[in-house]
Design a protein around this ligand. Structure first.
Ligand code: 13P
Ligand code: SF4
Length: 365
């Protein structure tokens, strides 16, 4: 007999410690039928339950390789969509809180991208001259748009390589939704800043002249990450004054001048690897989300490494933080009872085109 799903309200006031016990019990019951993928920005209280952890690229690969019936994603909405798209049709992707979105991903939507496509088509033949590249931090329908128009997806790990892929096919790139990642990656390839103008989708013709569009190599969508936008060059200057031998490492979603003045720039996985493998007693300033930096700081203490967060204000990804022990316990207990709650299912026509672009990316990187 089918039992109706347990309502989330029943978990709202359950203490964290109790949730931890219930998560462990439900996991034991589910065994190999369940795999939990955790992004590095997740809070320790749920991250500790991950079977696999990683940045967006690594987690995409896991999603395409794991065999479990249920893939529970500790991350944000677009990541669970990717898990659904790359897993087999009989596997089920679950996001413990459906409100865990990505504010940057929301800065581009299909209506705006299609309008931009039509406007750019007035100046040049889009499908012959522009490769659309979407950062993986975007909704599935934008990945599908790229699939339909000869484009591709990138992550913070592979963006320069994916830009090369785009330029090998067409002379220009429309890069969305993160202007910072696009600008930094283009700059590393040697593209002058004046050939990477910002395309503002809320202005007619992106707020650009016909000449600017014709001269552009990369049109950078006007979008950014509110968390990384908080990091300032001043934070780096102060750190270097206090620690002349200190090392600065940042995520490429950070503002351009922060990336420019960092010693290393890379994905969350790259940051973890670089700091973990560094010599003992080194001092690091890290420009990425607070949960990752706090965890890394604790892990590095026994090696005498100082790991300092780049901002003086709290820069936590508030949407990532929605995945808490209460939501995880709720979805797992439901699964253990045979009820699927919070499934992420991308419509088949979108999933097909989006998969094409994700497969292109996995192959190119
Ligand atoms: P990574 O792919 O580097 O983990 O980045 C994802 C993200 O959302 C960073 O804000
Ligand atoms: Fe999105 Fe920024 Fe949060 Fe990453 S840190 S998930 S880009 S809002």
């Amino acid at each position: 007999m089918q039992v109706s799903p347990i309502k989330f309200e029943k978990f709202q006031s359950v203490e964290d410690a109790d949730c931890q016990r219930r998560i462990i019990a439900a996991r034991q019951k589910l065994g190999k039928r369940l795999v939990i993928l955790g992004h590095h920005y997740q809070h320790e209280s749920v991250y500790r339950h991950s079977d696999y952890t990683g940045d967006s690229l690594k987690l995409s690969r896991y999603a395409s390789e794991v065999d479990a019936e249920y893939i529970v994603f500790l991350g944000v909405h677009f990541m669970a969509e990717v898990a659904d798209i790359l897993s087999r049709p009989d596997q089920i992707a679950i996001l413990p809180d459906l409100a865990a979105g990505c504010s940057m991903a929301d800065m581009a939507n299909l209506a705006k991208v299609e309008r931009s496509y039509r406007e750019l088509n007035k100046v040049l033949n889009f499908d012959e001259t522009i490769t659309p590249i979407t950062y993986i931090n975007s909704a599935a329908d934008l990945k599908a748009f790229c699939g339909e128009h000869g484009g591709i997806v990138c992550t913070s790990t592979n963006a320069p390589k994916i830009l090369e892929w785009g330029f090998a096919r067409r002379e220009k790139v429309l890069f969305f939704p993160d202007q910072n990642l696009g600008r930094w990656s283009g700059y590393k390839m040697g593209i002058p800043l004046e050939q990477m103008p910002v395309w503002d989708p809320d202005l007619p013709m992106g707020g650009l002249t016909v000449e600017q569009i014709k001269n552009a190599r990369i049109l950078l969508w006007k979008g950014h990450c509110a968390v990384h936008q908080m990091f300032r060059l001043q934070n780096i200057t102060q750190f270097r004054q206090q620690h002349p031998d200190g090392i600065v490492i940042s995520h490429p979603e950070s503002p351009f001048e922060v990336c420019q003045h960092s010693d290393y720039v890379g994905s969350t996985e790259f940051i973890l690897k670089t700091v973990s493998e560094a010599a003992p007693d080194t001092k690091w300033l890290v420009g990425t989300e607070l949960n990752l930096v706090s965890r890394l700081a604790e892990q590095m203490k026994p090696q005498g490494k100082l790991v300092q967060f780049m901002s003086h204000v709290v820069c936590e990804c508030s949407t990532m933080a929605r995945i808490d022990p209460q939501h995880l316990a709720w979805v797992l207990e439901n699964l253990a009872e045979g009820n699927v709650v919070n499934q992420i299912k991308v419509p088949a026509h979108e999933a097909k085109l989006a998969k094409l672009t994700l497969d292109r990316m996995l192959e190119a990187s």
